[in-house]
Each structure stands twice: as C-alpha cells, then as structure tokens.
Write a protein of this length. Structure first.
Ligand SMILES: *Cc1c(COP(=O)(O)O)cnc(C)c1O
Length: 362
C-alpha cells in the first residue's frame, strides 16, 4: 500500500477471465478488425448506455475530431475554440489545415465563455469547438444560440464527458458532432479508442465512409482514412463497460472525501446546474504557481504525482503563428492541478494528500 508510486490516475482493468472470454471469441472466429462482431456489440451497448444515435467507435479521440471536421466538410477557415484543454483539441484543428481562434474561459468552470464568442466571429469562421473540460458542461444553450444565428457548426470535444449528463441527456448528445476519447487514462477506456456521435443521419453516413478509406467494396465515394478500431480494443471496452457504474460510484466517494478534507482551503470549480457529474477528474486551483510548485514538491517527496492539467494554456503553444491573449486561461493554467483519483485509491492516501496540501498552502 505505502511505498508505491501514486499517479494522477490508474487504468481500471477488468477481471482477466472476463477479458479472456472475449479474446477466445476472437481466436475462434479469426476476425481481428474491419467492423467485426465485438466492435458491433460494443457500439450497440454504448449506444444504449449513452442513449444516443449515430455512434461511431474509432481508433482514438484525436482522429475522432479530425474526421468530425472532414465529415462536416470543414477543410479550411477558422474554428473558435478554447485554450484550456489537452493539446489534441488545438492540434487536430491545425492538422486539418484550419486556424484555431481562441476564446477565453469562464473562471468558475473553465469552459469557453460564450459571451466572448461573437466578437471573434468573422466571414472565415466555420465552427465552434468547445470542450466539456473535466466533464463539466459548457454553456450549451448559449453556444447553440450563437451557432444558429451565424450558421456555424458545433463540434464538442467531449473527451472527458463520458457518462456526464446535462438535463438528463448524455453530454455526448449535443452539438452537430460530439467526440469522445476512450484512452487508458480516461474514465471509460478501451486501451486506445474514441468515438463520434453525429446528430444528422447524412453526416453520419459520410463519417462512416470516411473512417474506412471512403469506399464500400469497389465503389470509391470520398477521400477517407483508416479510423477503424480492432476487435481486441472492442473486447476491452466490452469487459470494462459492466463496471462503469461501480467505477463512478467509487470515484464519487473519493471526491467527497477530498471535498470534506480540503473544504475552505482550496479553490474548486463550480458545477453548473442540471448536470449529473461523472467524477472524471479532481481539479484544484492554487493561489499562484509558487504555491502549486511547493505542494507538488512536498507530494513528490512522498511518491505522489498529481498532474498539471491543463498546462500550458494552448493559445501560448510555440508553433502557433498568431498570438491571442486569454488572460483567464493563462492564469488558471499556471495554478491548476488534478489530484490522484481512481477507484481503488486508498483512503489513507487521500487523507495523506489532503494533509500535505493543507500543510503547504501559503
Ligand atoms: C485525451 C483527449 C483527447 C485525445 O484523445 P486520444 O484518445 O488520446 O487521442 C482530445 N481532447 C481532450 C480534451 C482529451 O483530454
């Protein structure tokens, strides 16, 4: 228990025999990929679990964003996005030859500030790409209103939003397309993996083609790529899915303990109303970077390794040509971190982390 390294997260693994029973099916029918039976079963189960339509399981959450842009026909122009996210949100936009236009975030839940979107809309604006960062819902209504007024597409990078709900609907059901990541570090994982959830049936058909080289048999319809996922990954998803409720419950218990122990001594994001949270992360905001570094040093000495999520603010990436200031995101990025959070994290460690934080805050 003590003595081992404690990282910000630890991937959940299902009982071996349950995973192996799926592997046995693969060894029996010898279909390893190309929309095999396990992939179809996982797509169906996730469609039901999330209660969404047009669900596409793909290789990762990054390619999910890229093919979302392609399926919506966005091949150039400006995408309004948030600077407070993992780098893949911005890099996918750049990779697709579009230009990210950063809009600063709300100080209380770190999602894009819709009040600041309209002022940066230009004739080149094609879409808005907000992020439900840490699983906190964006201001969906306001974003939708702006998108409608200016005829823009909305692509939610919902990589953190699996099993979060807004107004009793999955957070993944909003926007023209929502994308998700099933990477090992995420709440629900398939080792590597991701998804697109598409509102319009026609766009969904297009995305289906794009993700498998753009052809069906010998008929080539459109330029495509390989975003298909394998049966082995689907097997991990099928073995993990039955545990997701239990995983979330255990994470909630740990979050509640952190809440109690750290009450009044550290800033926490404010959850908006009508949200059912997935407990994907436990972010805390320190007074300044110096305080964060002091706490990190003390934790690291005890082999505890929280992560600076998200740092740096993406508008400051060195390979961007235009510099746009986002004061709130830059400030928050310097002093925010995620504390260790995973289902079998020992309560003694949670107490130890909280005590170290309390002793070291200024
Ligand atoms: C993890 C993540 C991605 C990328 O997902 P991968 O499956 O790792 O490619 C994209 N956006 C955000 C916000 C993420 O956290």
């Amino acid at each position: 228990m003590f003595g081992e390294n404690i990282f910000v997260t630890k991937s959940f693994l299902p009982p071996k025999d349950e995973y192996f029973s799926y592997l046995n099916k693969i060894f029996n029918n010898c279909q390893l990929t190309n929309q095999g039976p396990l992939l179809k079963e996982l797509e169906e189960k996730l469609t039901n679990f999330l209660n969404v339509k047009n669900f596409h399981y793909v290789t990762n959450g990054t390619i999910a964003i890229q093919i979302a842009l392609k399926a919506l026909g966005i091949e150039s122009g400006e995408i309004i996005t948030t600077p407070f996210s993992y780098v893949a949100t911005t890099s996918s936009i750049l990779w697709e030859h579009c230009k990210p236009v950063f809009v600063d975030i709300e100080p209380d839940n770190f999602t894009i500030d819709p009040e600041k979107i309209e002022s940066v809309i230009s004739e080149n604006t094609k879409a808005i790409m907000p992020v439900h960062v840490f699983g906190y819902a964006c201001n969906i209504e306001k974003i939708q209103e702006i998108a409608k007024k200016y005829n823009l597409k909305v692509i939610y990078d919902a990589a953190h939003a699996f099993a979060s709900k807004y107004k009793n609907k999955s957070l993944l059901s909003y926007g023209d397309i929502s994308t998700c990541s099933f990477h090992s570090t995420k709440l629900f994982h398939t080792v590597e993996g991701g998804a697109c959830i598409v509102k319009d049936d026609k766009i969904s058909e297009r995305l289906e083609l794009i993700k498998r080289f753009g052809h069906q048999g010998d008929n080539h319809y459109t330029l495509g790529i390989n975003a298909k996922q394998s049966e082995f990954h689907a097997a991990m998803g099928l073995s993990n899915l039955p545990y997701i409720k239990e995983i979330i419950n255990k994470r909630k218990i740990i979050c509640d303990i952190y809440d109690t122990l750290l009450k009044d001594c550290i800033q926490r994001p404010k959850q908006q109303s009508n949200v059912e949270y997935n407990y994907a992360y436990y972010p805390v905001v320190f007074k300044n970077e110096k305080e964060l570094l002091k706490v990190f040093k003390a934790l690291n000495e005890e082999q505890i390794f929280p992560r600076r999520y998200f740092y740096p603010s993406l508008n400051t990436l060195p390979y961007l040509t235009d510099k746009i200031n986002c004061n709130i995101s830059e400030d928050i990025s310097l002093r925010i971190a995620c504390l260790p959070l995973y289902p079998d994290l020992n309560i003694n460690i949670v107490e130890k982390i909280s005590n170290i934080i309390k002793r070291n805050i200024i």
